[in-house]
Design a protein around this ligand. Structure first.
Ligand SMILES: *[C@@H]1O[C@H](CO)[C@@H](O)[C@H](O)[C@H]1NC(C)=O
Length: 202
């Protein structure tokens, strides 16, 4: 009995050392154990709120053009324009607000009728309790609508097997420079897996 207890203690310390950032164990064995415990897991709802800062102009853009079509220059809706972005996610809408992560991905102008984008991107969290976890999103983003809803199609770490909805709303924009700040409210369903010590306090 003594031996079993000691062995368990050693394994627990080793597992905790590997976990690091407050995210579930991401080794293949750790992920496998998590999935085995999933049938007893509880689904939970987490709400996130932050601002997404898209800088196109100036010497330090966070969104860069990687493609456009021959039609784009004459298109009133910028049809075909494609940018890759690595946009800071901040606590407030101020440009010097604290950064809690990055929105990284691609958007393309995909409508000939409206200024509307296909967004395919990840939220990569780098600060606070979600640091080391990610959400993957995809959706339709018509810029003229007050609220645009995009799908949370998955996630990693704390957000493993996530699904949900992200609501984007323009907080500030300059039509000349095309710089913009977008307010995001995100509703995420994910799991509290029994025995996962880090999922208890989020
Ligand atoms: C938009 O940016 C242009 C170019 O920097 C600037 O001249 C203009 O004042 C800005 N407009 C607003 C509403 O901030």
């Amino acid at each position: 009995m003594m031996k079993t207890t000691t062995l368990l203690a050693v394994l627990l310390v080793a597992a905790m050392a590997q976990m690091g950032h407050g995210i579930p164990d991401q080794t293949p064995q750790g992920v496998e154990n998590w999935f085995k415990r999933l049938p007893n897991a509880k689904e939970k709802l987490t709400k996130l709120h932050f601002f997404f800062q898209d800088v196109v102009s100036g010497p330090k853009p966070t969104a860069v053009e990687v493609a456009r079509s021959k039609l784009t220059a004459n298109s009133p809706t910028f049809f075909g324009l494609t940018r890759v972005f690595d946009d800071p996610l901040t606590v407030t809408g101020s440009p010097d607000s604290k950064i809690i992560g990055y929105g990284q991905g691609i958007y393309s102008l995909t409508s000939q009728e409206d200024v509307a984008l296909l967004f395919t991107f990840n939220f990569v969290f780098t600060d606070g309790k979600y640091s080391g976890s990610t959400l993957s999103l995809q959706g339709y983003n018509p810029l003229e609508a007050k609220y645009r809803e995009m799908a949370v199609v998955g996630g990693s770490g704390i957000f493993r097997l996530a699904k949900g909805s992200a609501v984007a709303s323009t907080y500030w924009a300059n039509a000349t420079t095309q710089d913009g700040i977008v307010e995001f409210t995100v509703y995420v369903l994910h799991y509290d897996v029994d025995g996962d010590q880090y999922s208890q306090d989020i």
